[in-house]
Write a protein that binds this ligand. Structure first.
Ligand SMILES: [Zn+2]
Ligand SMILES: [Zn+2]
Length: 322
């Protein structure tokens, strides 16, 4: 079967064996999968990963020890936890020290005809949620993680820095809380899409320093954090959502002087994301730039890396029809 693999730093569609599900795992025939900035960073060397990329999927369970899942459409959580260490026992399996992560750490991903995942990672999807939207369950869950960490008040002024895929989702999630949300970015086309979603937008130059109660750095860039610090009011909260390859140099003094609360934020709650996408309170459709077949996966990566690019989905459904 076909899969988009990273091997020795080179990305290509290759033939691989159908993965063998473990005793508590499901074999999933992938329907569609989304290319994320994390994938682009991994292809550049972030995490030192080698194997099949991809971690945002929807698919149909083809084989599973738990018969109830067979034939069901699912999305899958990406962290494969050990289930018995101290963190796992505290319900923090997403932080299990010995976890593997689909398409990111020591586990083949979903840019393939088939992927395996533990049954406990599966979330059955409602029929009303089409494949295109179901691919956004994972990044939407990551956006909702912010609300697991902070509770915006209606009078709060929140700023999302970065008009990429994740920034647009985080801004929509913040908007559901009733606080005032501004999305700032560099790309007029994306800011226009954001306004069509009901968001207030700004260019970076229009932002008043130290004026936001909550700032989310979703720039995906090493310079984003420094900018975000300068825009957070004293005693404000800064949520760091960017993942990138490499280190940054930072003037940390303003964090101390302005007593800024800095929060790292990663994967989030799937069930809430599924419900929000089904209800339409989060609408990722304007974020879809292209849907390409798996064999055009390398072109899909190039397309999604273009400045101003948004979500590229890879479609494996044709392969299943053969
Ligand atoms: Zn992702
Ligand atoms: Zn564990």
């Amino acid at each position: 079967v076909k899969a988009l693999c990273l091997r020795d730093g080179a990305l290509a569609v290759r033939d691989i064996a159908v993965p063998e599900p473990g005793p508590d795992e499901a074999l999933i025939r992938v329907s569609m999968a989304g290319i994320c900035n994390t994938d682009l960073e991994i292809a550049k060397g972030y995490m030192g990963f080698s194997g099949v990329l991809g971690h945002e999927l929807c698919g149909v369970v083809e084989a599973c020890s738990d018969r109830r899942y067979v034939g069901r459409r699912v999305a899958g959580e990406i962290n494969l936890a050990c289930t018995h260490c101290a963190l796992c026992r505290r319900g923090l399996g997403r932080h299990c020290a010995t976890r593997s992560v689909m398409g990111i750490v020591a586990k083949d991903g979903c840019f393939a005809e088939y992927v395996t995942l533990p049954v406990r990672n599966l979330h059955v999807l409602p029929n009303s949620l089409p494949d295109e939207l179901a691919c956004f369950v994972e990044p939407t869950a990551a956006a909702f993680e912010v609300l697991d960490q902070i509770t915006p008040m209606p009078r709060d002024r929140a700023l999302v820095l970065g008009d990429g895929k994740l920034g647009m989702l985080v801004a929509q999630v913040l908007l559901t809380t009733g606080c005032q949300v501004t999305l700032a970015g560099k790309h007029e086309r994306k800011l226009e899409l954001a306004r069509a979603l009901g968001l207030t937008t700004a260019t970076q130059a229009e932002l008043e320093p130290k004026s936001f109660d909550i700032v989310v750095d979703a720039t995906g860039s090493p310079t984003g954090l420094q900018q975000a610090i300068g825009l957070t009011r004293p005693r404000g909260t800064l949520v760091l959502k960017s993942t990138y390859h490499g280190r940054l140099s930072l003037d940390a003094a303003p964090i101390v002087i302005d007593e800024i609360t800095l929060i790292g934020s990663r994967c989030g709650p799937f069930a809430i994301a599924v419900a929000a996408l089904e209800a339409g309170s989060i609408d990722p459709r304007p974020l879809i730039d292209a849907v390409l077949p798996l064999h055009e996966g390398v072109a899909g990566f190039e397309r999604s890396a273009e400045p101003g690019g948004l979500k590229v989905l890879l479609d494996m459904r044709e392969l299943a029809a053969k």
